[in-house]
Design a protein around this ligand. Structure first.
Ligand code: SF4
Ligand code: SF4
Ligand code: FES
Length: 290
């Protein structure tokens, strides 16, 4: 175990543990935006900063706690004047990219200072480069929504971790945006929707109607559950995963309710069959002619 100080308190941590996880474990609240439990940290937003110094001496360093690992004797401060200023500046800049984002607005309230003033400023849609073929153009046309993208990279990392690697951050600076190769709708996309569910600003919109799912400017025919007819998975995704996992399409596309019902029926069938066939757990039932 490694011993370190966190806001003056002595704490124990495991080798290789991130400062963010240690802080959370002992009840400190550190705001984050680009951290996601399913993928490796990237340090993209800098919202989770803390101040660290060697306990002996030396100046403090402001570091992202999602990247920094524990060190013996480290002295970590989760709330200092510098930490507050960095967080407020980060939120203010992010709000310029996604002023409509409810998550960012609530982070601005949390970190206070000039970030919360930024929430009241008029929104600046002209600063957001939606790009001709980005998912958001399609989304805003069809769904009337979709906040800006803050380039946190959660969607691209999740997509790569799922093995699809369909999207990436293209371009730089104000031109940077997430899309398929060459700024086109991603051909490798399976329509799984993982990216849309995880996007902290709601930039990636996913719409489903009439047995068709649409995301990133692409259309996916949905396969229906063999039990109740509910649309469950995009056909492309189901076919790919059925080959990968070695299960049939029918098994894969049964909805959770029908799967539960089918298991319950199979389970419930056993005593009924035993009664029909005149069997008890240990042999023929009393009074039943064999
Ligand atoms: S689309 Fe969403 S998840 Fe992807 S980088 Fe932008 S804000 Fe992050
Ligand atoms: S919906 Fe497409 S882009 Fe999004 S995670 Fe799934 S495969 Fe990747
Ligand atoms: S959560 Fe640590 S840099 Fe974004």
């Amino acid at each position: 175990m490694i011993e370190l100080r966190l806001d003056g308190e002595l704490v124990l941590a495991s080798e290789g543990e991130r400062l963010l996880d240690v802080a959370r474990r002992v009840g400190r609240r550190i705001p984050t935006l680009c951290d996601h439990p399913a993928v490796e940290p990237e340090g993209a937003c800098r919202l989770c900063v803390v101040e660290v110094r060697d306990r002996a001496e030396g100046p403090g360093r402001v570091v992202p706690s999602c990247l920094e690992r524990v060190q013996p004797g480290l002295d970590v401060r989760t709330v200092t004047q510098e930490v507050k200023l960095v967080r407020q500046t980060v939120v203010r800049l992010l709000l310029r990219r996604a002023p409509e984002s409810a998550a960012l607005r609530s982070l601005a309230e949390e970190v206070g200072g000039k970030s919360s003033e930024a929430v009241r400023e008029p929104t600046e849609p002209a600063e957001i480069n939606w790009g001709k073929s980005s998912g958001a153009v399609w989304a805003s046309e069809e769904n009337a929504g979709g906040a800006g993208c803050v380039l946190c990279g959660i969607c691209t990392r999740l997509c790569a971790a799922a093995g699809y690697d369909a999207i990436s951050i293209q371009g730089r600076g104000a031109e940077a945006r997430v899309s398929g190769p060459g700024g086109e709708p991603p051909e490798a996309c399976t329509g799984c929707g993982v990216c849309a569910r995880a996007c902290p600003t709601g930039h990636i919109l996913l719409a489903e109607s009439g047995g068709v799912r649409r995301i990133w400017g692409r259309r996916f025919e949905m396969i229906r559950c063999g039990g109740c007819g509910e649309a469950t998975l995009p056909r492309e995704l189901a076919e790919l995963e059925s080959r990968r996992l070695g299960v049939t399409l029918v098994e894969l596309t049964h909805c959770p309710t029908c799967k539960r019902r089918s298991s319950a029926e199979k389970f419930g069938e056993l005593p009924a069959r035993r009664t029909r066939e005149g069997l008890s757990e240990s042999g023929p039932m009393k009074g039943v002619a064999r």
